[in-house]
Write a protein that binds this ligand. Sequence first.
Ligand code: C2E
Ligand code: MG
Ligand code: MG
Length: 634
Amino acid sequence: MPPSTTTASHRILVIDDNAAIHEDFRKILQQPSQENVDLLKMESDLFGQDVLSESTARFHVDAAFQGQEGLEMLRRAKAENRPYTLAFVDGRMPPGWDGIETIKWLWEESPDLQVVFCTAYADYSWWDIQQSLGTTDSLVILKKPFDTVEVLQLTHALSRKWELSRDVQGRLHDLAFNDTLTGLANRVQFMDRFAQTLGTVLRHGHKAALLFIDLDNFKRINDSLGHGVGDELLRTVAERLRRCLRGTDSLARPSLLGLAARLGGDEFTVILPEIQKNESAATVARRIVEHLSQPMDLGRHRVQVTASIGIALIPQDGDTVETLLKNADLAMYAAKRAGSNTYGFFQNSMTVLAQQRFSLENQLRQAVARNELSLHYQPQFDLLTGRLSGMEALLRWNSPELGEIPPKEFIPIAEDCGLIVSIGEWVLRTACAQAATWIAQGLEVPRVAVNVSVHQLVHVHFLDMVRDVLAQTGLEPSRLEIEITEGLLAVKPETVLAVLRGLRALGTQVAIDDFGTGYSSLSRLKELPVDCLKLDGTFIRDINNGKPDQAMLDAMIAMAAGLGLRVIAENVETPQQSSFLRDRNCPGVQGFHYSLPMPQDQAEAFLRGEKTPIEPGAEHPDGAQSKEGEHGQA
Ligand code: C2E
Ligand code: MG
Ligand code: MG
């Protein structure tokens, strides 16, 4: 492909102390003589372009009498972004620099300048020149006196060479500084530009902002629809980002519009190099959130991605590139936690939280090995028979450094950093082994319930792991109940369904925890292979407030009965709640009213009927207390 710039006008610099020579060059290069026309014709044939018709615009000659003067012209041309392609430099130009000295300076300024060194035979040998200027392919020697064709040929050849090398350099520059997939700036360019912006802000005391953008559900789309669609999605995101930044606000000068970059994966950044007030950064972030969340048609698929954006203000939120990036990232993370598809400003408290989290995560990594985890067991009762129906295993972490940390605090962290997979396996193994031991001791344990988070459930080896644990502990599969939270059903429905079917095939039970708070439609529930619904504690709490949603409770209990599902009401705390539930024919209960979760030894004593802590004045489920002993602790 011929370079597209072939017909561009080239600027030629002649540096010679003889005015007549200046005129010669102008005549040869600026006015097409017959030789020039012949040469251009040849070039047109060769490259298939009509070079001839534009020939007069082809070369523009400027001339200087001295090296210093030539250097000044070169600098000016460069500053004006109209660089010289080629310089003809005379060998001797008294009283100033000679040719070699002049060329050294020219190259210092513009290393890619092509140079023709014009010298009389006796002046310099090639050896002399190489000694002074080094080996280079940007220099040609033209012996005086020269003829017109030589000058023309050299000018054409060298200006073409200059064009080509510019082209290649441009492409190399693109590769080094732009993201090949999206064409946005890449991390290298981003870091460079961000450092520049920061420097300017700190020097001139104005404001800027950094937006850290992360797509909320990219991984899921990429995994399920394939990388081709994933790539297309990223390109679309990039295009939308560009459009948002091009902006409609006519007030913004082009230089202030911001630079978008892709840092890698589904992480993007935007630098807003000059903002008047903080709200401007929020305006841009809001616009990006809105634009990105519009559905995208990618091939046969219509998908929707959302983004979470963190904003760090410069210099308010940091005065180094690292700090600002970290803080924008923290703000993004907080936005994600706040429900995604939104943006938020960095706040100092986030650093404290992040540090706490970091230390928690580090401690948690060692918790299993250091034996800091344990299980408590909370009994579940059948209200109709009054008998124990199961024991729910609840994870406890007692860290020597941080003390007792509640599961609601550390489980989300374990989920985020992937630790939940190994911790969850430990829980399952320990609970199953414990239940098997109790049963072997002749104690009655109808079921052991184990909570499983979505991250575990969708893990590729989950079913194998469950099968393995059952085989190794010898626990009968029907005595294991896996509890999954209702919200989980909304994520990856196909995968979850397949795993639930797998569990059913293994023969274990499945309960839906915290039921009534999530989104599962009743029709959906019918299709799911589950065995038990655990009614969320909020419904039970309302009983105490004297405003129970009776219709709701009745409906859930009736529906469960209709679907052949067991029901357990969670968090039953008071006698009032207990009798209310019994009146509504709620079959199962669990809560502080009957028993707190107990450590292993107490749970064992409870199963043996030895443990008799009782809540004074509490009303107990029919028969439960008389048979099992008194075990309400609260
Ligand atoms: P969950 O599965 O709904 O567990 C019931 C929670 O309610 C337990 O809190 C239990 O101590 C508490 N509870 C029981 N009876 C009452 C009551 O009458 N009133 C009140 N207010 N609360 C009651 P805990 O042990 O702090 O666990 C909280 C959550 O942490 C669990 O909710 C479960 O979602 C999660 N979790 C606990 N252990 C594990 C585990 O091993 N793996 C996973 N993935 N999650 C776990
Ligand atoms: Mg549970
Ligand atoms: Mg629950």
